[in-house]
Design a binder for this molecule. Sequence first.
Ligand SMILES: NC(=O)c1ccc[n+]([C@@H]2O[C@H](COP(=O)([O-])OP(=O)(O)OC[C@H]3O[C@@H](n4cnc5c(N)ncnc54)[C@H](O)[C@@H]3O)[C@@H](O)[C@H]2O)c1
Length: 425
Amino acid sequence: MKVSIWGLGSVGLPLALTFTLKGADVIGIDVNEEHVENIRNGNTHIYEPFGNTDTNGVLKEVVGKKFFPTTDYKKAEEANYHLVTVGIPLDDNMNLIWTPLESALHNLGKILKEGDTVVLRATVVPGTTTGLAREILEKESGLKAGKDFYLAYAPERIAEGRAYEEFRKMPTLVGGINEKSREKAKEVLSTILESYFVEVSDPWIAEMSKVLENASRDVYIAVVNEMAKLAIARGLRPLEVIEAANTHPRVKLLRPGAGVGGHCIPNAFYYLKPLFDDRTGKSLVFASARQVNDEMPLFLASYIDQNAKALGIDKSNKVAILGLAMKDFSYDDRYSPALFLKKYLEEKGWNNIWAYDPMVPKRFDTHIDDIDAVLSDAKVVIITALQEGITAETVEKYISDGMLVLDTKGILTPVNNKKLKVVVF
Ligand SMILES: NC(=O)c1ccc[n+]([C@@H]2O[C@H](COP(=O)([O-])OP(=O)(O)OC[C@H]3O[C@@H](n4cnc5c(N)ncnc54)[C@H](O)[C@@H]3O)[C@@H](O)[C@H]2O)c1
């Protein structure tokens, strides 16, 4: 089987490798030349563990043998199955940027042949498969979807860090524009799937379900983040409140944190927004949840600003942020709460902020890989995500009177006296 995979990012690259590990030949298409070159050299920033190795280790085995990454989309013509992982990112004002997906679809339409199958796997605005995708592919190819070529939607549901396991084990939603399209999508996806398909009647259902999975997590997290604000402001540990509530057999609250980052959950509401705007009026629940989670880093920055003052710590003192990734043990800092927290502290006049995160690519001068150098002499310490090296033992070595410590991961022991405040979620 020959498969083309469009977009070789956090989803597309491990997906492509999973197909090669199951015996398929894969042509990987991406527009980013430097990234494609790094992939060819087995030297990417995309970290996913696989057995005793990882993505770069697998790459070295299969590049040039089973896997052919390229920026030349015409090479995808050799494949009969085309999986599109190019998504719809958002700009800084949370407007949808359609051009990457549109451009991928235009190029794919140009090389599409009779009998080919296209499966969209990115998270999209519901209606994209039967609307935009069908329209562009038909126009560019001159072929009829559902008759001359097959078109389906099967959202990617993996979590970063568990990609290789979840591509195989996660039940896969699939909806085709007709029955034949759904069957063809199952044909290609069954190469890697060891779990079962959830067949739905229309791509819209799968598109909406995928966005609902992410948007509902935004809501569940907003519930505990809002509770965390109430608890923190009263000197209580949010996790103690939540764990107590969770002893009720019908309550399953998540853990609060410094906000919600990554590409998936913060974007979800904005994929639903056009549908609300279109004919349903305003979103109440999803919109409020987004606002609560968005505002969490600002709440924490204000909390630090006020409480540091009470402890006599002025803004020229060193601040240490531990964990820049959007979640524990991740390399992904997209929309990371830690980076927003840093920005809000800077806006409040804190200008000596250092950060430790050995997984996240370096994006500013004071982000270094030596936790002792980051913690030494810091008067404010904030734990935002766990990474190797961020342990209670290490942090506690540096805690002394005259400090404010905010631990959103719940690993430290709380202290609250006139000279020292260790606030623990
Ligand atoms: N990251 C996750 O864990 C995850 C999980 C489930 C679903 N998703 C969804 O999957 C989609 C992809 O996410 P991602 O994290 O892999 O994104 P990403 O930004 O890491 O990767 C996208 C890739 O597409 C490439 N690209 C852009 N325009 C292109 C074009 N015209 N042709 C070919 N390639 C192009 C980019 O260069 C980039 O390498 C998104 O819709 C996301 O919401 C992501």
